[in-house]
Design a protein around this ligand. Structure first.
Ligand code: AMP
Length: 275
């Protein structure tokens, strides 16, 4: 992969990397289509990264429909599908781990200790293997974007981070490979997450800027859907992840919930979307 990437770069081609864990859906397509538009070469990595799963998380049962993914990527016209075996990315002698620092310990990081260390370790390795000019990430995983930007800035990586809007089902549910785990009753409840975010974002647009009040509106709206258990609801600054005194355009309202054992995340950028 790295040799091929270097050949492309030497020929003057820009490479766009779209890192994924496979089980591809229209959200991934949107990143790939954007990458296709902006680069001569597009590499999509399909790698279920064991280091970003906790010991009691779904690494073993994470969906891996590789033949379907390959057909989808061929139809999208990507230049390379990078699908390495785990022991090639992490051979027995592998020891290094990227430490995301304090921003890796809040929100998702609090519920998923070690998650972002695993993410940044694999992202750095994938960037080195594929030599992209641009790397594409989804807004749905907003804290991941913040931490990848931090990695690129802190370590002076020669890559541009491009963020792509969240692609949703017609009822508002953010597309996710994990949605496939939802049973029919959970699937009917899941759109409440987006509805709660939308209502709070509308309240912001109507003048409500108290973080606690925006969080309360979200929490109360989610309480209407019994079976949706809140992990966190937080208004945060889009770069520091700290709680602002007052929410302002660009602040992010982020949510994580559990439906049974299935964890879903979503967020809205306040003042940025037509609601
Ligand atoms: P994953 O395969 O879930 O690790 O996701 C790979 C990339 O696709 C990440 O950058 C995600 O943020 C992005 N992504 C996942 N779901 C969506 C979505 N619904 N809309 C846009 N991007 C997404």
């Amino acid at each position: 992969m790295q040799e091929q990437a270097i050949v492309w770069r030497h020929a003057g081609d820009d490479i766009g990397l779209v890192p994924t864990m496979g089980a591809l859906h229209a959200g991934h397509d949107s990143l790939i289509t954007r990458a296709r538009r902006e680069n001569q070469r597009v590499v999509v990595s399909v790698f279920v990264n064991p280091k970003q799963f906790g010991p009691h998380e779904d690494f073993l049962k994470y969906p891996r429909p590789f033949d379907q993914d390959r057909a989808r990527l061929e139809a999208l016209g990507v230049d390379a599908i990078f699908n390495p075996p785990v022991d090639q990315i992490y051979p027995p002698a592998f020891k290094t781990r990227v430490d995301p620092g304090p921003l890796g310990e809040v929100l998702e990081g609090k519920s998923r200790p070690g998650h972002f260390g695993g993410v940044l370790t694999v992202v750095l390795k994938l960037l080195n293997l594929t030599q992209p000019k641009r790397a594409y990430f989804g807004q749905k995983d907003f804290q991941q974007v913040v931490l990848v930007r931090q990695l690129v800035r802190d370590l002076a990586l020669p890559v541009r981070v491009v963020v792509v809007s969240t692609v949703r089902e017609p009822d508002g549910l953010a597309m996710s490979s994990r949605n496939a785990y939802l049973d029919p009753a959970q699937r009917r409840l899941a759109p409440n997450v987006r509805q709660a975010l939308t209502e709070a974002a509308r309240a912001f647009t109507a003048g409500e800027t108290e973080p606690a009040e925006l969080e309360r509106l979200t929490t109360d709206r989610l309480a209407v859907a019994p079976g949706v258990e809140i992990d966190y609801v937080a208004v945060v600054d889009e770069t520091t992840l700290s709680r602002p005194q007052q929410a302002s355009p660009g602040s992010v309202l982020a949510v994580a919930v559990k439906l049974g054992s299935i964890r879903l995340i979503d967020n809205v950028v306040l003042g940025a979307e037509r609601l």
